[in-house]
Write a protein that binds this ligand. Structure first.
Ligand SMILES: [Ca+2]
Length: 325
């Protein structure tokens, strides 16, 4: 991975004669941009601050796991060597996306479960670089062969479930309707909207009209709703279909399945916003201030975390988990 990033940064992939490609695009949206890197060093979960890792019958707060230091060391090296966006700590998710869509980013981490959203990145990319394409790749392998990514089954997309009531008078019609949404025509309609109004097809690619990318509009006309409920793994009958499918395949193959507890402790609201800020700030510092001793910074981070209520939501979740064993 390092070598590929190095080539992105220094071998002028867009051929404009300047070393102006950001090898690894990232944002300040917590540590989300580095999810796969942490997984490669043993951090097995989606970067959600409420996640806990089981070890020896005890639950650990994932961000406190010392194995994360391996990932931080790697990210420090990327940052120091000019392979990580030097502005990542002050770049919002939206700004990151603008950089990616402009064709100035070689690699970034995103949730390909949301293939329709990711398609927007490619669509914007094609405006300047018609031959360019972001494609999903398996998560990188760490020094001990570990790798993983966050993935929920396609049937759990957005955690929704569709059911027909046992006493429904129109069960057969409801079934027909669900069947329709799974057909090619129904898929196109529920995924993209009405052709001409919401999208056009150019060179076999779906090009969404600007309004069809706005959440309010999409919600008001019902686009994307049924495709998410049905969670057809191949919702798009264009060249984005195989991309979405390969992303799902990667999710199935490498997705971590050992999530211990995903519920929010009742104390979470009180403490977790502060804790989240502490994690983000300290992790960013540990990457950016690469000349400072990592162990010292790490200990200071753990100390600050604990002093600000770090043990409380963890204990509550631990007790809840134990009660269910
Ligand atoms: Ca260049």
């Amino acid at each position: 991975m390092y070598d590929v990033l190095h080539r992105f940064a220094f071998e002028d992939p867009d051929g404009n004669g300047e070393a102006d490609t950001i090898a690894y695009g990232a944002s300040n949206l917590n540590m989300w941009s580095f999810d796969d890197i942490f997984a490669a060093f043993g951090h097995r979960f989606h970067w959600d601050y409420s996640n806990l890792i089981e070890q020896g019958g005890m639950l650990f707060h994932a961000p406190l796991h010392p194995e994360n230091k391996g990932a931080i060391r790697f990210l420090r090296k990327l940052y120091k060597d000019g392979l990580l966006d030097p502005e990542f700590a002050i770049t919002s998710g939206k700004q990151e996306r603008t950089k990616i869509s402009s064709g100035k980013v070689g690699f970034y981490h995103h949730n390909w479960r949301l293939a329709l959203e990711t398609h927007q990145v490619n669509q914007q990319l094609w405006e300047k670089h018609p031959d360019a394409l972001f494609v999903p790749i398996p998560p990188p392998k760490g020094p001990n062969g570990l790798r993983g990514c966050y993935a929920r089954p396609a049937t759990e997309l957005n955690s929704r479930l569709t059911a027909i009531g046992a006493k429904s008078e129109h069960a057969e019609k409801a079934k027909q309707f669900l069947d329709y949404t799974c057909s090619d025509e129904g898929n196109m309609l529920t995924s993209w909207g009405v052709e001409g109004r919401d999208y056009t097809i150019e060179n076999g690619r779906v090009m969404r009209k600007p309004q069809a990318t706005e959440l309010d509009y999409v919600t008001s006309v019902g686009i994307q709703e049924f495709s998410h409920i049905i969670a057809n793994p191949d919702p798009i009958a264009t060249d984005t279909g195989p991309i979405a499918q390969s992303a799902l395949d990667i999710g199935y193959k490498y997705g971590t399945k050992d999530l211990v507890l995903y519920s929010i402790a009742s104390s979470a609201k009180e403490y977790e916003a502060t804790l989240k800020d502490i994690i983000t700030e300290n992790y960013q510092r540990m990457i950016v201030e690469y000349d400072n001793d990592l162990d010292t910074m790490w200990d200071k981070f753990v100390d600050t975390y604990m002093k600000n209520g770090g043990t409380i939501p963890g204990k509550e979740k631990h007790d809840l988990w134990k009660s269910k064993q």
